[in-house]
Design a protein around this ligand. Sequence first.
Ligand code: SAM
Length: 277
Amino acid sequence: MSRSPGDPRPSFVRWAQSRWLLHQALALIILYLLAVSDLPPAAPTPPPTPVPLITEAAAPAEADWTVSARAAMVRDTIEARGVTDPDVLRVMRTVPRHAFVLEDYLDQAYADHPLPIGYGQTISQPYIVALMTELLELKPGDKVLEIGTGSGYQAAVLAELGNVEVYSIEIIPELAEQAARRLAALGYDKVHLRQGDGYFGWPEHAPYDAIIVTAAPDHLPAPLSEQLAEGGRLVIPIGPPGGYQTLWKFVKQNGEMKAYSQGGVLFVPLTGGPSAR
Ligand code: SAM
């Protein structure tokens, strides 16, 4: 080891001291650079977001019983009887049937039977609504005509399918008016409604890809067959007044109405028609 003349320290001590001085100088430079830097100060770590607890008070109380009642209705009374179309099952789970029944029957809104809606008329049994909707075999873009708006429930079911244009006629003015208000309030405002005698159809918007008749005549009204498009489906109960009827599905093929029986049903009679004119 060498030593400069006049320095009494051993050379390794001088080497160690100079390294220490170098480190000190470097540390001072780094501290200075950090102090003048443009970098924003690191953001403080936010406190963890509290996970909300789902309580009964926070849950949508109105929806609870109707959602589960609809699910049970579809499972036990509609799927169980053989309706399989997933779109039909979806809309039956969606449309709030309780909004279409009279207040006195609210607790029976999802029961397996028809209910009175006033003026001697009824809202049909949920299974029959689902079955008739399935029989219509609606496709996106189809135009469907309903005869017998009643409460507006079947019209809402058709509208809820989406991408289907719905026309509906009711003969009783008060029911027609109530259904119009109810459907608008529930957001089914694209349904075209008319008060009048549906025996004669709605020729201005014909032809229809599908026609559903929810009151029973004793024969197939000719104007309805005429207003059905080629390949169209017409679902209708036909039978003598005051008795059971047969539910028919007609398909128009090469201008001919091919009839397919769907079994026995019980509907209120179709009023109006040529004899009422
Ligand atoms: N589809 C209705 C619903 O979802 O509430 C139920 C229909 S109810 C079983 C039968 C309806 O057909 C009654 O509202 C009745 O006034 C109506 N109706 C009877 N004859 C009619 C006709 N010639 N034209 C239009 N509607 C008629």
